[in-house]
Design a protein around this ligand. Sequence first.
Ligand SMILES: Cc1cc2nc3c(=O)[nH]c(=O)nc-3n(C[C@H](O)[C@H](O)[C@H](O)COP(=O)(O)O)c2cc1C
Length: 153
Amino acid sequence: MKHLLIVYHSQSGKTAAMAHAVRRGAMHPDIESVEVRMRAVADAGPLDLLWCDAVIFATPENFGYMAGAMKDFFDRTFYPCQGRLEGVPCAVVVGAGNDGTGALGALRRIVRGFPLNEAQEPIICRGQIDENVIARCEALGTTMAAGLEIGVF
Ligand SMILES: Cc1cc2nc3c(=O)[nH]c(=O)nc-3n(C[C@H](O)[C@H](O)[C@H](O)COP(=O)(O)O)c2cc1C
């Protein structure tokens, strides 16, 4: 089995809904050899990162940056994971009010620092979440899981 991790943070539910959609997509019935683990970021730690073969980070944008809880996760996990995640594929999902680029840019800096491999285009949802965003999140989950299964990353 390959392992796909989804780590998310959400205060009012939007980013959580995006993360759940990613998870649904990743658990597509045609994908048989990928185990999906979804963790609220406060409950996630280095063992989750070391477990996974691919990871999707989902965060709101707060004050032009990723959520503090997500930054705390990276602060807590960097040293235990240093040198052990090189090239692991990842993707980024951002729930934003009207921007999201600050959170994405900050996450990308950290992704490069670990260094992970951003394997798919990010998704930023500005304003209300709608069916189109949910469908894109589901597709991202399916693509990441299918890519893991067939070994394209
Ligand atoms: C403290 C705080 C700061 C925020 N700062 C930004 C911001 O800089 N840019 C932006 O686009 N939205 C900002 N927002 C809006 C949130 O990103 C947006 O409401 C998001 O959908 C919240 O995600 P959640 O529902 O998963 O908590 C901010 C919200 C809060 C609570």
